[in-house]
Design a protein around this ligand. Structure first.
Ligand SMILES: [Cu+2]
Length: 317
């Protein structure tokens, strides 16, 4: 199995690519735009010899819904089992033969990005555990704030030359009284003393401009600081299967001391119509904040769906 090629297709196929498929298409990416799967998207171009059937099958496999990908497995996660219990969250990335992986390639200033979110989209965390290079165990202090089923994502790049990024995921159950949150479309977020707004519509199968704007006390914030090598990070999860899309700001890495804002642009390509949960990380005055949005992607034009009635003037909804 050509793991690299398959991963490339994950990126392009799941297309949220929020940039990856966009890059693969050879289009021009504006400055300040964001692309997470650029590498995977480019890999896709080298894959032209693949049969259409094979490519289509693989493209339908979304990123970040499996414990296994690219020859790696996310081993069971150890974590406190109850709300409020202080402890540690730890895990290993292993090869298919069960060996712990101890070397990773740095991406966006970290060897591994850990995303933890409750299955209803609440309780989002984006953190960076420490690796014990002797054992291959990643860990960090951990306390759950609420009960429920959680999805834990390990987003990393293998140390092998030319390797593509891998996202593995597992569920973790946390005991306690569970109060699920029903997601509703939300384009503005109040986080700490910031008002953050998401503009732009998502349409399935097409690339859309999405802009995040940050204000404080009604004034635009132009003091967004570099964080993990970008002025802002966007994680997108597809509601329903929590397929994962980690997006970083495109363009030159910000210089130390430089700032940006109030707007950060992203390219978004939703693979399917329906709901997406977006988490925007940004840093001001040395503190990282996360704004949460919920948006619905509309149905785009379906290619090859010739046997379906298609209305070209269906703009009335
Ligand atoms: Cu990270």
């Amino acid at each position: 199995m050509r793991a690299g090629a398959r991963l490339a297709l994950y990126g392009a196929g799941l297309a949220v690519a929020f940039g990856g498929a966009f890059a693969a298409a050879g289009a021009v990416i504006p400055d300040r735009v964001v692309a997470g799967w650029t590498d995977r998207g480019e890999m896709n171009q080298h894959d032209a010899g693949k049969s259409t059937n094979e490519a289509q099958t693989e493209e339908s496999t979304p990123n970040g819904v499996s414990i296994e990908a690219g020859g790696f497995v996310l081993a069971p996660i150890a974590a406190p089992g109850d709300v409020g219990a202080r402890g540690e969250l730890s895990f290993q990335v292993q090869t298919l033969s069960g060996e712990a992986v101890t070397e990773f390639a740095e991406a966006h200033e970290k060897d591994l990005h850990l995303i933890v979110v409750r299955a209803d989209g609440a309780e989002f965390r984006h953190v960076h555990p420490q690796l014990d290079e002797a054992t291959g165990t990643w860990s960090l202090p951990w306390t759950w704030d609420s009960a429920g089923t959680y999805r834990v994502y390990a987003d990393f790049t293998p140390a092998t030359e030319g390797a593509e990024g891998v996202t593995l995921t597992r569920t973790v159950e946390v005991a306690g009284t569970f109060s699920p949150v029903t997601s509703e479309v939300r384009r503005t977020a109040e986080v700490d003393d910031f008002d953050v707004t998401l503009d732009g519509d998502l349409t399935a199968g097409t690339t859309s401009d999405v802009t995040v704007s940050v204000a404080r006390d009604g004034k635009p914030v132009t003091a967004l600081e570099p964080y993990l090598g970008a002025f802002g990070h966007l994680v997108a999860l597809r509601d329903g299967d929590l397929a994962y899309l980690h997006v970083h700001a495109q363009g030159d890495a910000p210089r130390v001391g430089s700032t940006a804002g109030p707007e950060i642009g992203f390219m978004a390509e939703a693979p399917t119509a329906g709901r997406y949960l977006l988490y925007f990380d940004f840093q001001v005055d040395g503190t990282v904040h996360t704004a949460e949005f919920v948006v619905d992607a509309g149905h785009g034009e379906m290619h090859g769906a010739s046997d379906e009635t298609h209305s070209d003037d269906a703009d009335g909804h």
